[in-house]
Write a protein that binds this ligand. Structure first.
Ligand SMILES: [Zn+2]
Length: 459
C-alpha cells in the first residue's frame, strides 16, 4: 500500500488537472512556418505530456547506451572476483584435506583471478609446503614480509620452516622480529623465551618468560619451574666467573620459585657451605628433602660433612629423612647408610618398608636386598635371585624423565641431552609397558600425517 502511494498521488494529480481543464474549455491556435493547428486546450495538454514522456524515454535509453561498456566491465570484474574467492576457498579446503595437487591448482587460479597477493600468498605458500616444495614456500613467505598486512604471517611461516630445519639461530632472529611487530602475542612470547633459553641466553630468556607468564602464555606451574631453571643456570654462570655471592643469591631465588627443584637446592647448599655457612647449607637440604626426597639430595647432604665413619653417616641420614620419614626414598637412604654401617637388621627393616616384600619391588630395592643377602649371610644364591628380580621387575626406579622425548637420565641438566628441549627433565618414576601377551597380533602401521607446517594454529 505504501509503495503504491506515489503512483496514486500522480493519478490523482492528473485527474485533477483533467477536471480543471475540462471545466475551463478553450481553443488553441498554432501557426508556424506554414503549419497551422487548431485544437482545444485538453488535446494540447495531452500532446505536451506525450512529448515529455517520449523525451524522458529517449534520454533514459541514451544514458543506458553510454554507460553500457562500464557496466559490462563491472559485471565481469565481479564475476572474476567471485570465481577467485571460490578458488581461494577450494584451495584452503584442499590444504586442510592434505591434497597438494588440488591446492596448487586452486591457488594458481585464485592468484590469476584475484590479482590480490595478500589474499593468495598464504594459500600459495601452504600449497607449496604441502607439495614438499620448501624453497617455493620460503619465497612466498618472504614475499609476505614485503606487505604490512601479511608480514607477521610471513614471519611465522619462515619461523616454522627454520624450526623444522633445525636452524634455531635463524628462528630466534625471526621470532625477535615478530615480537617487535606484535609484542603481546602469546605464542611469540612463548617461543621467544624457549629459543633464548635453548641458546643459553638465560637473562633474556628469564625476562621474556616473566612477560609470557604475565600474559598467561605459559602455564603457571611450568612457568615457575622454568624460571627456577633459568635462575639456576644464571647462578652457574655467575659462579663460573668467580662471583660466588651473586651465584648464591641466584640459587636462593631459584629455590624460592620451585621448592621441588632439587638441583637448585643442592647448588645453593654447596655455595653456602663454600661460604662457611654450613648451618644454612644443612637447613637448605633438610627443606629440600621435605619437598623433594631423592638420592642426589642425600649424597649432597652427607658430602657436607666430609669423609665420616659409616655409623656417623647413618646418623646424618636419619636426621635428613626425619621431616619425611615414610617416603620410599627416605627408607632407601637409611637402608643404604645402614648397609655401609653393617647394621643388617636396620637395613632389612627399611628395605621391607621400601617395598622389598611387595610383588614388584623396584630395581634399587632388589639390588640393595642382594647386597644385604651377600654381606650379612654370604648367601650368593639369594643375592643372585635378587639381582635377577632387579633385571626383570616391571617397575622402574625414579629418574629424571624428559617430558618431551621420554629420555630417562640419572643426572639433571637444563636441556635434555637427547632432544635438547629446555626445562623438560622432571623427577618421576618412568612408566614401564606391561608385559606383552603371548598371542599378540600385529597392528597395521599408522598412516603418517602430511608434513604440513601449521602456521595458523596457535603454538
Ligand atoms: Zn628430551
Amino acid at each position: 500500500m505504501i509503495r503504491a502511494l506515489p503512483a496514486l498521488i500522480v493519478i490523482v494529480v492528473l485527474i485533477a488537472i483533467a477536471i480543471f481543464i475540462a471545466d475551463r474549455p478553450g481553443t488553441v491556435e498554432l501557426d508556424w512556418q506554414g503549419w497551422r493547428i487548431d485544437t482545444n486546450v485538453a488535446v494540447l495538454a495531452l500532446g505536451v505530456m506525450l512529448l515529455g514522456a517520449l523525451a524522458a524515454g529517449l534520454f533514459h535509453l541514451l544514458r543506458r547506451l553510454i554507460t553500457a561498456p562500464a557496466a559490462y566491465l563491472r559485471w565481469r570484474r565481479e564475476r572474476r572476483r567471485e570465481a577467485g574467492f571460490r578458488a581461494l576457498t577450494q584451495g584452503m579446503v584442499a590444504v586442510a584435506a592434505g591434497d597438494p595437487e588440488e591446492a596448487i591448482k586452486h591457488s594458481r587460479r585464485a592468484d590469476t583471478l584475484l590479482a590480490d597477493p595478500p589474499l593468495t600468498l598464504l594459500l600459495s605458500a601452504q600449497a607449496a609446503q604441502l607439495n614438499g616444495d620448501h624453497d617455493a614456500a620460503r619465497r612466498y613467505f618472504s614475499a609476505m614480509l614485503e606487505r604490512a598486512e601479511t608480514e607477521f604471517l610471513g614471519l611465522r611461516g619462515l619461523l616454522m620452516q627454520a624450526l623444522h630445519a633445525g636452524d634455531e639461530a635463524a628462528a630466534l632472529k625471526l621470532v625477535e622480529r615478530a615480537k617487535e611487530l606484535r609484542p603481546k602475542t602469546p605464542w611469540v612470547l612463548h617461543r621467544l623465551y624457549q629459543l633464548r633459553a635453548r641458546a643459553g641466553q638465560w637473562v633474556e630468556a628469564e625476562a621474556t618468560l616473566v612477560e609470557a607468564m604475565g600474559r598467561k602464555a605459559v602455564e603457571a606451574a611450568t612457568g615457575r619451574h622454568h624460571r627456577a631453571v633459568l635462575l639456576h643456570e644464571q647462578s652457574r654462570a655467575a659462579e663460573a666467573v668467580g662471583d660466588t655471592a651473586k651465584a648464591a643469591a641466584l640459587a636462593e631465588k631459584s629455590v624460592t620459585h620451585d621448592r621441588t627443584f632439587a638441583p637448585a637446592a643442592i647448588r645453593l647448599a654447596q655455595l653456602q657451605n663454600a661460604q662457611s655457612r654450613a648451618r644454612r647449607a644443612i637447613r637448605t637440604l633438610l627443606a629440600a628433602w621435605k619437598e623433594a626426597p631423592r638420592p642426589d639430595v642425600a649424597r649432597a647432604f652427607t658430602a657436607l660433612f666430609g669423609d665420616e665413619a659409616p655409623l656417623q653417616r647413618l646418623k646424618r641420614v636419619e636426621k635428613l629423612v626425619a621431616a619425611n620419614p615414610e617416603h620410599a626414598e627416605s627408607h632407601l637412604a637409611v637402608a643404604e647408610a645402614a648397609l655401609d654401617a653393617k647394621l643388617w637388621g636396620e637395613a632389612r627393616r627399611h628395605l621391607m618398608a621400601a617395598g622389598a616384600g611387595a610383588d614388584h619391588p623396584s630395581p634399587r630395592v632388589c639390588r640393595l636386598m642382594a647386597r644385604l643377602e651377600e654381606q650379612e649371610h654370604g648367601d650368593m644364591a639369594a643375592a643372585r635371585a635378587w639381582l635377577g628380580r632387579a633385571a626383570n621387575t616391571p617397575v622402574a626406579d625414579p629418574a629424571y624423565v624428559c617430558l618431551h622425548c621420554g629420555a630417562e637420565l640419572a643426572e639433571w641438566s637444563a636441556h635434555c641431552p637427547r632432544c635438547h628441549e629446555f626445562g623438560s627433565l622432571t623427577w618421576q618414576t618412568p612408566k614401564r609397558a606391561a608385559p606383552a601377551p603371548l598371542a599378540q597380533t600385529t597392528a597395521p602401521a599408522a598412516i603418517p600425517p602430511p608434513t604440513l607446517i601449521d602456521i595458523t594454529a596457535p603454538r
